[in-house]
Design a protein around this ligand. Structure first.
Ligand code: HEM
Length: 684
């Protein structure tokens, strides 16, 4: 009996080993025929077992000799943020394949390749099976492909109008003022340590999309300490888990339901509904409750909107008819049946809009604030531009049509662009040749073939830092050392330098001409009915990267629908925060307020540098993407102080570097780069 079992196991191992070897060989052959450089990796990064287990295996693998593990980075989802240009430099190519037994992946940080891929939607479709889990409420524009995607896009994009952007503008003003007031207190004095910036910007963004997206106004809680938090569930420190205020017939408030849903999104995406419903685990039960509650809120919202709009009749333009939900509901009455959505699809789209639209914008506001706290000189320049644009006017007098273009083309726009260059929420935009034939592609002027069934990662985290694509300057090494230990050690592309986006008048004029041309070409190709706005990735008054080099919102037909929405929200929130306040790092862990008050600039630079080092470390090592890239471990405390009352001098980093030349480790490459000078790839 035992022998039979042993034979069975042996046979299974041999069978698995044999089939693995055969399919690996087959994939290697495809890679060889493709003309692309390739590296061999033992696992396909999307293999479900690897996805589930790699976090546990990585610490074990890190104990093995480095020379055995040269492949490991390329199998980690979103390696692009952790390894950036270094990952490509090691391979020695900006576009290459990884070849595993169960799949091929093409990674690229080449602008021309990115541009070809995003423009040829039919040749390089989205790998829609990986988005299957996003259909928890129904089909939607993010997870669909082909004609079904076209139908969703036709229905979902029309509500993203300038009128809707006005709503975003107004709601962001209201919510940002409320957030700011919760930070600086009713007396406006500020200077209190705030450790919940990530949470609060998330709340801000959720409130904006709830209002401008679904017509649901959410009030900022009067006092965050009073909220009735569910301490038994998820992270009790998260103030947004506020249970108070459930509507009639609901067990959760609207805000709590959506937070509960999003905070535990992995439960929703990984486990089937019946399991969440039946397994008697508290976390499962709550996840399921949040799913039902938010779904019910949304169903009610659809019904109410239908009644409000009195479907079928002309409605006058009011803010109720300008939100996105109004647009989705109206799509059901249009003559164009190709833009018609079922009720479940309206819900499906509302879910992905809230998902795609809230973390992304929130993170941008959060990280822009952190970068500006680290770079006070840039902050000063931003404040000067805010002063020039608004001339001291309070936000109640700001005007979308007059002020938005100014903000967009100012240092505020430059900060937004630079933040998205460095911390793109989508680290590698997924494309593929799944379900499509082999696709020709021009790489460095040579025609190669992307084999059918290849997953493609457009690694914007690397293309945004590729020295072949961007003007570079010498590094300044904030804190006296490179921002990343291996990537771009000899230039400034790892550094936050929004000034790189500011251009001369003449460059700005030529940007304008080029953009007009692009808009016309795009409109002609898109057939005009998908509302694909290619004109305003960055303001024409700012630096214009080459095509494909800068794509935080992706590009082409499947580019972000909410780009303008997000840009408006982020620009306004930053303008409100910085109009009257400066953001400084909180140094409480290193000195008390009294101690800081007695310090001279040199001593202040020493404590500031410790806090700054902590932030830089977190922004390098504590970041991970579940849906979007976020700081997953720890928080960064900051302080808002009225302008003019800053404690630290604007050139604080420079003072520290001048005082501590011995601590500045800025020269040369680390000698532990064993791969330097060796060609890692095969083929090509
Ligand atoms: C800083 C903010 C944002 C960034 C960087 C961003 C980035 C992106 C990227 C890279 C994609 C393409 C993803 C892919 O192909 O897999 C995308 C798609 C999308 N985004 Fe955004 N996004 C942002 C904000 C928003 C907002 C505010 C909304 C809605 C309110 C939104 C809605 C969407 C939708 C619906 C799609 C799918 C479009 C399609 O497949 O046709 N995004 N976004």
């Amino acid at each position: 009996m035992l022998r039979l079992l042993a034979y069975t196991v042996l046979a299974a191992v041999l069978y698995y080993g044999g089939t693995t070897a055969v399919s690996w060989r087959r994939n290697v052959k495809k890679a060889q025929q493709s003309g692309l450089p390739y590296i061999l990796v033992p696992v396909f990064f999307l293999h479900p077992l690897w996805l589930a287990g790699h976090v546990f295996l990585l610490p074990l693998f890190s104990r093995l000799p480095r020379s055995w593990m040269t492949w490991i980075e390329y199998c980690i989802p979103d390696f692009g943020y952790a390894h950036r240009m270094d990952a490509f430099e090691r391979v020695g190519a900006d576009t290459f394949l990884t070849v595993a037994p169960s799949g091929l992946v093409m990674y690229t940080c080449d602008a021309d390749v990115i541009n070809q891929v995003v423009q040829r939607r039919n040749d390089f479709p989205k790998p829609s099976p990986i988005y299957r889990a996003l259909k928890i409420y129904g089909g939607n524009v993010v997870s669909a492909e082909g004609n079904v995607w076209r139908q969703h896009r036709k229905a979902v994009s029309p509500p993203f109008t300038e009128k809707n952007n006005h709503l975003v503008w107004q709601e962001t003003i209201d919510q940002s003022l409320a957030m700011l007031s919760s930070w600086v207190g009713r007396d406006g004095k500020g200077d209190k340590t705030i450790d919940r910036v990530a949470d609060d910007t998330m709340r801000l963004s959720l409130h904006v999309i709830s209002r401008a997206g679904f017509g649901r106004k959410l009030e900022w809680p009067e006092d965050n300490t009073d909220v009735q938090v569910d301490k038994d569930y998820v992270d009790p420190s998260k103030i947004q888990n506020d249970m108070a205020g459930a509507d009639e017939g609901h067990s959760m408030s609207y805000a709590y339901a959506i937070h509960c849903l999003l905070d535990n999104i992995l439960f929703q995406l990984l486990f089937p509904r019946w399991l969440l419903r039946t397994v008697p685990l508290k976390a499962f039960r709550k996840a399921n409750e949040a799913y039902s509650e938010w779904g019910n809120y949304m169903r009610e919202a659809v019904e109410k909107k239908r009644t409000d709009l009195d479907v079928g009749k002309e409605v006058k333009e009011s803010s109720e008819s300008m939100d996105i939900l109004a647009g989705l509901v109206k799509s059901q009455t249009k003559a164009d049946k190709q833009a018609h959505l079922e009720d479940s699809e309206i819900l499906g789209n509302m879910f992905v809009l809230i998902l795609a639209g809230h973390e992304t914008a929130a993170n941008s506001i959060h990280f822009s604030m952190l970068y500006l706290a680290l770079h006070r000189q840039s902050q000063l320049r931003l404040q000067k531009d805010v002063d020039d644009i608004f001339n001291g006017k309070p936000p109640s007098e700001w005007d979308y049509d007059r002020d938005l273009p100014q903000l967009f083309g100012s240092m505020v726009g430059a900060v937004l662009n630079e933040e998205l260059r460095l911390v793109s929420p989508v680290v590698a935009i997924p494309k593929s040749t799944w379900g499509a034939p082999d696709a020709p592609l021009t790489v460095d002027g040579k025609t190669v073939t992307v084999p059918a069934e290849t997953y493609i990662g457009l690694v914007v985290a690397a293309s945004h830092r590729n020295p072949k694509l961007w003007p570079i300057s010498p590094p300044t090494y904030p804190g006296g050392k490179p921002v990343h230990p291996r990537s771009n050690l000899d230039n400034d592309l790892e550094e936050f330098r929004p000034e790189r986006w500011i251009v001369t008048e003449e460059e700005s004029r030529s940007n304008k001409d080029a953009r007009q041309q692009k808009k016309e070409n795009m409109a002609a190709r898109a057939g005009g009915d998908l509302n694909i706005d290619e004109t305003s990735d960055t303001s024409e008054r700012l630096y214009k990267p080459s095509k494909g080099a800068y794509a935080p919102f992706s590009d082409g037909h499947r580019s972000c629908i909410g780009r303008r929405f997000a840009q408006v929200e982020i620009l306004v929130a930053l303008a409100i925060i910085f109009q009257n306040y400066s953001v400084e790092l909180a140094v409480d862990s290193y000195a008390t307020d009294e101690e800081v008050a007695k310090m001279d600039d040199n001593a202040k630079a020493d404590v500031w540098q410790k806090a700054a080092e902590d932030v830089r470390e977190k922004m390098l090592n504590n970041m991970a993407a579940v849906i979007t890239l976020q700081m997953r471990k720890g928080t960064v405390p900051i302080r808002l102080v009225p302008r003019g009352q800053e404690k630290f001098p604007p050139n604080v980093d420079q003072i520290w570097k001048t005082n501590h030349p011995e601590k500045c480790t800025t020269k040369g490459r680390p000698d532990w780069r064993p791969w330097d000078g060796k060609q890692m790839y095969h083929g090509a």
